[in-house]
Design a protein around this ligand. Sequence first.
Ligand code: DX5
Ligand code: ZN
Length: 233
Amino acid sequence: MGRVPEELFTRRLLAPSILSADFAELGAEIDRVLDSGVRLLHVDVMDGHFVPNITLGPPSVAAVSERIHARGAYIDAHLMISDPDRYVEDFARVGVDALSVHVEVCPHLHRTLSRIRELGLAAGVAINPATDLSALGEALLFCDYVLVMSVNPGFGGQSFIPESLDKVRRLSELAPPKVAIEVDGGVSAANIVRLAEAGVRWFVAGSSVFSGGHPRREAERLQDLLGETPVRP
Ligand code: DX5
Ligand code: ZN
């Protein structure tokens, strides 16, 4: 689990995705959302190959990581790239604390996850909406969290795929209790409580936090909803 304290794996955490922040004032946007008390920030890395979009890479993470860590928060990077093995070291170097790779592009997942852990990071496996949970296989024994995509990866602001709720329920029966379930895509006040009840611990939210222009207020609202939901053992 590395740099991410163990207690954060057993708590419900909102992880605002900076993909939907105003990039012209990224530092200030991060400060605003951290003012709500969030402990995890989600960073979406896209290569224009595994997904149609291109976002940011290690230099951009380096530019904001000190600011995030100084406020007691952690960086959760989600690699939507075709060759994640090539970049694991680079992301570790710039201060990422939790790193997820897609099961669809990693033929040697045990090796990839072990390397992420060796570097002191929490190791996550991300899974696309149309990929069956059976694809995770033995990787559930070698990872710290599973990121369930509830939209097709590539863009913020898409609608939540309703079948993801049942996928999370099935995964929470399947995964060892210490493996945290993260959900990513279309998360909002309309579905966050049901997702928590289904077993999600980490909730990525991009447009629902940033798009209305009041990231602190929206992050507080979503965290309040999570606080009112009993934790599933
Ligand atoms: C999508 C990314 C998400 C994205 C979520 O490919 O993985 O993390 O930022 O954005 P929303 O919450 O707007 O669906
Ligand atoms: Zn993501």
